[in-house]
Design a protein around this ligand. Structure first.
Ligand code: HAM
Length: 417
């Protein structure tokens, strides 16, 4: 028996009310803030992610699904959406448009991670990116947008962690003092951190191991080593967030797991924290488009995982609207009635009334059971007599009430209800 690959799962019909709810809120949010949809391919040239996300990150180094196609090109299932958005921005000459260009996307991403609750090998991201704008008001707007999104979903207790990790001018100086701090604790670091201190020192701050956490707590803070421009940018972001009444906590250990970030970084945490708790994360990436071959183009964005959102909606018992069920189920007895039923089903659907028709040659009782499981509001019953009279029995599935309605009147009657 085949099973879905480890770390992946089917989204079953009964789960789709949650997914539709989240997707509709996402589209509405993007409309409110002036973002346009962009759909990118699920796989890209693997070098895009190595360059953008960073060859020394876990995402690229350990988790990326890389394969050669039959033409020998090295491709990767996308592990995230920001790099593909930047690739598309350059490929389609979006830098010629009025800036910022605001784009959003929703679709699967792939990471070969150790599966657990909220962490999968295929997950779905909703992300939005504002490209071509350095103004700190853009950072504040993206953070506000993320915040409003979770509020609009009905999630409570969500909070924002915020930090600034500087730019290419001030970060090297900060990394020097950070390395110096860690060199005093070199013997007690976990094996991963020993590697990080050479390859990716900023990520030392992110280690979840208890002992390393202590060393990170006492580490120098990036915000104390920002250049004047980064300092004032970060201050202004905070002023705007204050004006917008968006609560946030400064977290000097927040560095994010992707290398492209500059200046503002932030994460959204749910009320109930777990190992894989982050609902979403984002920040500024002012050097990325240039690194991909474009002109210097500041940008900022955010992405969130739909699986984690659905998990939190369920945990918090948020009610989501059910998927619409059909208006009518058509039951029929005999070949003549079946012919009439086929015609009627087609007419009802043309009139915009969701309709399910009985199939096979089941008894009326069995067809009524089918009607129950179709969850339709009405059942239309057609037998030989009804065909002769060009009428149907219309049964209200809620009240059980039945009436005979001329076939020519059915659409009008159903629509009026
Ligand atoms: P990220 O933090 O790596 O950022 O992923 C964004 C969100 O995707 C996470 O907060 C989480 O909700 C979800 N996610 C990530 N990995 C998994 C997984 N294995 N299973 C389930 N959910 C997962 C980015 O990807 C950046 N591109 C975000 C960004 C956009 N930065 C700027 N613009």
């Amino acid at each position: 028996m085949h099973k879905a690959p480890r770390g992946t799962f089917d989204i079953l019909p009964e789960e789709h009310s949650y997914w539709k709810y989240v997707e509709e809120k996402a589209a509405l949010l993007c409309q409110l803030y002036g973002y346009q949809p962009l759909t990118m391919p699920i796989f890209e040239d693997a070098r895009l992610f190595t360059r953008a996300v960073g060859g020394n990150t876990d995402i690229v180094d350990k988790e990326m699904y890389v394969f050669q196609d039959k033409g020998g090109q090295e491709l990767a299932l996308r592990p995230e959406g920001t790099a593909p958005v930047c690739r598309a921005y350059l490929e389609h000459g979006f830098y010629n448009l009025t800036q910022p260009v605001k784009l959003y996307y929703l679709g699967p991403a792939f990471r070969y991670e150790r599966p657990q609750a909220g962490r999968y090998r295929q997950h779905h991201q909703f992300g939005f990116e504002a490209l071509g704008e350095a103004d700190p008001v853009m950072d504040a707007e993206v953070i506000e947008m993320a915040w409003r999104f979770f509020l609009s979903l009905g999630l409570s207790g969500v909070h924002i962690q915020l930090n600034s990790i500087g730019c290419k001018l001030c970060r090297p100086g900060y990394l020097d003092v950070l390395k110096e701090h860690y060199s005093g604790h070199a013997d007690s670091l976990c094996p991963d951190c020993k590697g990080r201190s050479v390859r990716n020192p900023l990520r030392l701050l992110d280690c979840k191991k208890d002992h390393c956490k202590g060393t990170a707590e006492t580490a120098p803070k990036a915000t104390d080593y920002l250049c004047d421009d980064c300092q004032s940018h970060f201050e202004t972001v905070r002023v705007y967030l204050g004006t917008l009444d968006i609560p946030f906590h400064l977290d000097h250990r927040l560095v994010r797991g992707l290398d492209y970030y500059t200046r503002t970084v932030f994460e959204v945490e749910p009320q109930e924290q777990g190992g894989q708790s982050s609902l979403g994360g984002g920040g500024r990436y002012d050097d990325l488009i240039e690194a991909l071959g474009g002109r210097p183009t500041p940008a900022v964005g955010f992405a969130t995982g739909l699986e984690r959102i659905v998990l939190n909606l369920k945990r918090q018992g948020v009610d989501v609207p059910p998927l619409p069920s059909p208006v009518a189920f058509i039951a029929c007895l005999g070949q003549e009635a079946k012919l009439e039923a086929v015609k009627l089903a087609s007419e009802l659907r043309k009139a915009g009334l969701g309709t399910v028709m009985a199939t096979g040659d089941r008894s009326l009782k069995a067809q009524m059971r089918q009607a129950d499981s179709a969850n339709s509001s009405y059942t239309i019953i057609l037998g030989a007599e009804e065909v002769r009279n060009q009428s149907a029995v219309l049964r209200n599935m809620g009240s059980g009430e039945q009436q005979t309605v001329p076939l020519a009147e059915l659409i009008r009657v159903l629509k009026s209800r």
